[in-house]
Design a protein around this ligand. Structure first.
Ligand SMILES: C[S@@+](CC[C@H](N)C(=O)[O-])C[C@H]1O[C@@H](n2cnc3c(N)ncnc32)[C@H](O)[C@@H]1O
Length: 229
């Protein structure tokens, strides 16, 4: 199904699951080579944050499993992705490295997670939210499967709200969309609005992350009060 997305000023762009799936099936053979180094500092920071909470971790959009070897051995990791080709690489990595803390890897849409409520201590989404057709639907799912007191850890690109960077990001948007990327339509105000409407999630940290400081590490905690209501 094609989702029509609106930029803040009302311009519309289509971005659907099939496009993203195909894009990442194509990226799979070269993904680690192209995106391994450039995102490594962000991934390291996100994994460190995970260690503080511990327990069972859901990594959504686990891709080729590039982060999996970095998790502490006492954690249990369940990885999901919509691209079978990316997951095949992740499975090979787990086998080759003998990673015992990886519980399972499964094809699953971030917008429709097949887990009961409150299943995980941590939900991790590294460079994924902007790839999902309906990011708010995915964020709602992350919140649902997280236990009260657990943390949602998001590494993401935050689009500019205004100025030259916003102008450039908007011009780049149609070019990068077939590659499975979005540059323009996920500004901080969109996260802030989601946080305000959910009522169940509170921002703990918003830390700029290299490269270029256009990326952020967000730590968002599920409040026990909202979950019990
Ligand atoms: C930019 S890659 C990030 C991969 C990995 N997390 C990393 O840090 O390199 C985005 C990943 O999200 C996956 N993805 C995109 N849309 C998704 C969705 N709706 N549900 C689950 N995974 C999705 C893609 O297949 C891809 O593996």
């Amino acid at each position: 199904m094609t989702e029509i997305l609106k930029l803040d000023d009302g311009e519309q762009l289509d971005f659907d699951r099939a496009t993203v799936e195909q894009a990442y099936d194509r990226w799979a053979p070269v993904y680690d080579f192209v995106f391994g180094g450039v995102f490594s500092k962000g991934r390291k920071a996100a994994i460190q944050a995970t260690g503080r909470v511990g327990g069972r971790v859901l990594e959504v959009g686990v891709g080729t499993g590039i982060s999996l070897p970095q998790y502490a051995p006492h954690l249990r990791i369940f990885g999901t992705d919509i691209s079978e080709a990316m997951l095949r690489k992740a499975k090979r990595r787990v086998k080759a490295l003998g990673l015992k803390n990886v519980e399972d890897l499964a094809v699953m849409d971030a917008e429709k997670l097949e887990f009961p409520d409150n299943s995980f201590d941590v939900v991790m989404a590294q460079y994924v939210v902007t790839a999902v057709p309906n990011p708010e639907a995915a964020l709602d799912e992350f919140s649902r499967v997280l236990r009260p007191g657990g943390e949602l850890i998001i590494l993401t690109r935050i689009s500019a709200d205004a100025g030259l960077r916003r102008f450039i990001e908007r011009r780049l948007q149609p070019v990068v969309r077939p590659l499975g990327f979005r540059t323009a339509e996920f500004t901080w105000s969109r996260y802030a609005q989601w946080l305000a409407t959910t009522g169940a999630m509170g921002l703990v940290e918003n830390r700029p992350i290299p490269p270029l400081g256009h990326f952020s590490l967000l730590r968002i905690r599920k409040t026990a009060i909202a979950a019990a209501a």
